[in-house]
Structures are given as structure tokens and as C-alpha cells.
Ligand binder design. Structure first.
Ligand code: FMN
Length: 406
């Protein structure tokens, strides 16, 4: 094993000790008031002890009134600074970097837990059988767009002050940044919609606002979709063009994923025939991306064999391997590979036993988040944990949030 365990230097001089990064995994473990809980912080302590190059947190929201999941962490200001510092300290005395993933859900916000749902245009999320879970969003007015951009910058600055060592913008998976990019969710005819340049403006302005507030030394990256995987949506060609636009900005790491709630390609549930036999979801794309951007590339989705990770690095197709689910069932995955010789990462597919639910998929996120909770409680992951039980516990959190007083 050569490259996977070698260090990598980001454009601004930040050194990642190896090529393994935990991609963002929404833990859904904030407190009722959306502060980081002790259990959440503890999960990061455990992850940091496994010595990956980079840990990216689950998505953290920029607005208390716009949340994706009932127990998202929200950071708008420094009210939870002591806890944020404790969270940042989990990587102290290690060489692991810790970046928050900063997000706004836009229309991908469940109606039961959000009063006012906003998006680029008044077009709701459409998922068969789940229509009632999403409202028709209200189209943002320009003043609100500028306010949200500013919020991304403020949130990044608070994290920097707390001691986090970089930040990632969530520009993928159908959340607000990605909604602006997609012609399916953005039909605006002002400077924030229409041409690809206009649709990309929000992502770029979010980046610039963050950069202005955190300065040139602090690594800032973005996770973006290789495509929406929907007819009429954000295409691969458009995504590659956006990479070119981003190439002119001072970003430090571009993470590639794909899909949304409507077409969950990021979880391997929507695959092109050409990638079905291959382990990794967006490999074809990354080869094209490599040719058109000078920025470091991280690829996430499906990596399970160390041999394939090593080959992808050796072929110089990418720089950082992103892992999601493996970190939930194998919290010390980097050390397990480098010290204990692990060669294949096992990630079970959880099922409920209820055909209608299992057919749709999507249980993965809930079941793997349950594993993170166990890690945070200082327990071992439980590969036999019932899918149905995980689903019930998640529904209970949703119910509590829906009927909470504030
Ligand atoms: C429990 C769970 C939560 C996730 N939350 C996020 C998130 O907050 N932000 C994000 O960009 N991706 C999120 N993802 C997607 C992962 O970052 C990753 O793209 C996906 O799991 C594919 O990688 P893998 O095959 O290594 O698991 C989540 C995935 C899981 C399983």
C-alpha cells in the first residue's frame, strides 16, 4: 500500500496525513435546541482515534428555521461555542483534520418540522408515495438569497473560531446549493437562474462569502453532484462546466457525488449500466473531471476494496478517497487498513422486511445513522440491528420535533 497511506498537500499548504476521508454523514444527533450533543462529540473522538486524513461532519444547517432532519446541528452564531470547541478538540493531538459540512436544505425540508420552506423556485420535491411530506416551497426573493449566502460565511467563521481546520459547502444531493444548479428546481429568470452561469452563481457567491470571512489560509471545499440523474436535470456536461467555473476560485478540495432525495444516486440506488459492475459510483465522471480542473479531487460512493482505492490513486484519477458507510460500521477504518491489513470493507444493506419500504431503499441513511449513535454512546456498531427498529426510532424523533413547542 503506497499512495493511500501517503500524505497529500492541499493548494493552500494544508497537509492531510493520508488519502482517506470520512465524507459527511448526517448524524441526526444534535440536542433539541440543535447544539452538538456530547454523544455526537464522542463519535468524533472515536473517529479521530482511527487516524483518517480528514473527517467531514454531517451537514450542519445555517438557519434554525430551515432544517433537514429533526436533530440537525445548526450554527448561526457563537451561542454553542463551548460545545463547538469541545467538538474541534476531538482531533487535538492527532494529525486528522476536521471540517464541518455547511448546508441549507431549501425544499428538501420535511413539512412537519419546518414552518416556512424556501427554494429557488416554488417547485416541490416529488417522490412517489411521499408527496405529503414536502410542501410547495416559497421562491426566495433576492434579499433572502443574499441573507443565506451571508449565513454560510458566518457559520464557517464560527467553526473556524472554534478550532475546526477547514470547511465544506454542501453543494450536492438536492439541497439548496444543488437546487440552484438544477434546471428542474430552479426556473428563475433573474440573475440566479436560467443560464448555467446564473444557476452556479449561488454556489460561487457562497464560496466567496466564506472565503472573505475565513481568510486565505483556511481550506474550503465543496461537494457537488456529477449529475442529478433525472431527466431534464443538472447533467454531467453541466456539472463539468461548473467545475471549470469553480476552478477559477480558490477552492481547496472538490468532492464528487451525485443524486438527491428524488434520485438517490449517492447511495448507489441509481446507477448507469456502465457503472453497475463497478464498485465505485462516479468513476467515469472523475476521469473527465481530472482533465478539466487543477483542483484536488475527492470521490465518494461505493469504494469498498483497498485495491481499487489504491489503483484509482495510482492512475492519478483522484487525490482523496471518500468513505461514508464504512465509517459507521468500522470507526477506525484507516488504521484498520494501514495497521491491521484490512482489505475489504463490509457494509450491509439493512432491510425492514416490509416490501414497500425495502423496495424504495433509503433505509440506509437511518440504519447507518443508528450505528453512529452507538459509536457516540461508546458502544460497538451492531450489524444485526433491526432495520425496522431503526426506522421506528427515526419516526419518533420526527414526531417529537413536529410537536415540540419551539
Ligand atoms: C447515515 C448517512 C448520512 C449521510 N449524510 C450526508 C450528509 O449530511 N451530507 C452529505 O453530503 N452526504 C451524506 N451522506 C452521503 C455520504 O456522504 C456518501 O456520499 C454516501 O454514503 C456514499 O458513500 P459510501 O458508499 O462510502 O457510503 C450520508 C450517508 C449516510 C449513510
Amino acid at each position: 500500500m503506497k499512495i493511500l497511506n501517503s500524505s497529500f498537500t492541499l493548494p493552500n499548504g494544508t497537509i492531510l496525513q493520508n488519502r482517506i476521508a470520512k465524507s459527511a454523514l448526517s448524524e441526526n444527533m444534535g440536542t433539541k435546541k440543535h447544539a452538538p450533543s456530547k454523544e455526537l462529540i464522542n463519535a468524533y473522538r472515536t473517529w479521530a482515534q482511527g487516524n483518517p486524513g480528514l473527517l467531514i461532519t454531517g451537514n450542519v444547517m445555517v438557519d434554525y428555521t430551515a432544517i433537514g432532519e429533526p436533530r440537525n446541528v445548526v450554527v448561526e452564531d457563537d451561542r454553542d461555542m463551548a460545545l463547538l470547541k469541545e467538538w474541534a478538540d476531538t482531533v487535538k493531538n492527532t494529525d486528522t483534520h476536521l471540517w464541518p459540512q455547511i448546508n441549507h436544505p431549501g425544499r428538501q425540508a420535511f413539512s412537519k418540522i419546518n414552518k416556512d420552506v424556501v427554494a429557488p423556485s416554488a417547485i416541490p420535491v416529488k417522490i412517489n408515495g411521499m408527496k405529503s411530506m414536502f410542501k410547495i416551497p416559497r421562491a426566495l426573493v433576492e434579499e433572502e438569497i443574499l441573507d443565506i449566502i451571508n449565513r454560510f460565511g458566518n457559520t464557517a467563521k464560527v467553526f473556524k473560531d472554534a478550532g475546526f481546520t477547514g470547511a465544506q459547502i454542501h453543494g450536492a444531493h438536492g439541497y439548496l446549493v444543488s437546487q440552484f444548479l438544477s434546471p428542474l428546481s430552479n426556473t428563475r429568470n433573474d440573475k440566479w437562474g436560467g443560464s448555467l452561469e446564473n444557476r452556479a452563481r449561488f454556489a460561487i457567491e457562497v464560496y466567496r462569502n466564506i472565503r472573505k470571512k475565513v481568510g486565505p489560509e483556511f481550506p474550503v471545499g465543496i461537494k457537488i453532484n456529477s449529475a442529478d440523474f433525472q431527466r431534464g436535470g443538472f447533467t454531467e456536461e453541466e456539472s463539468l462546466e461548473v467545475l471549470q467555473l469553480l476552478d477559477q476560485e480558490g477552492m481547496d478540495l472538490l468532492e464528487i457525488s451525485g443524486g438527491s432525495y428524488e434520485a438517490p444516486a449517492m447511495m448507489g440506488q441509481v446507477k448507469k449500466q456502465s457503472t453497475i459492475d463497478r464498485e465505485v459510483y462516479f468513476m467515469d465522471y472523475i476521469r473527465k473531471a481530472r482533465k478539466i480542473t487543477t483542483k484536488p479531487l475527492m470521490l465518494t460512493g461505493g469504494f469498498r476494496t483497498v485495491e481499487l482505492m489504491e489503483n484509482a490513486l495510482a492512475d492519478n484519477q483522484l487525490d482523496i478517497i471518500g468513505l461514508g458507510r464504512p465509517f459507521c460500521v468500522n470507526p477506525h477504518v484507516a488504521d484498520d487498513i494501514f495497521i491491521r491489513g484490512l482489505k475489504k470493507l463490509e457494509t450491509p444493506t439493512p432491510l425492514t422486511g416490509i416490501k414497500a419500504i425495502d423496495k424504495v431503499g433509503g433505509l440506509d441513511v437511518i440504519w447507518y445513522a443508528k450505528q453512529i449513535k452507538l459509536i457516540g454512546q461508546g458502544k460497538e456498531p451492531d450489524l444485526n440491528f433491526s432495520g425496522l427498529k431503526a426506522l421506528r426510532q427515526n419516526a419518533w424523533l420526527m414526531f417529537q420535533k413536529a410537536f415540540a413547542k419551539n
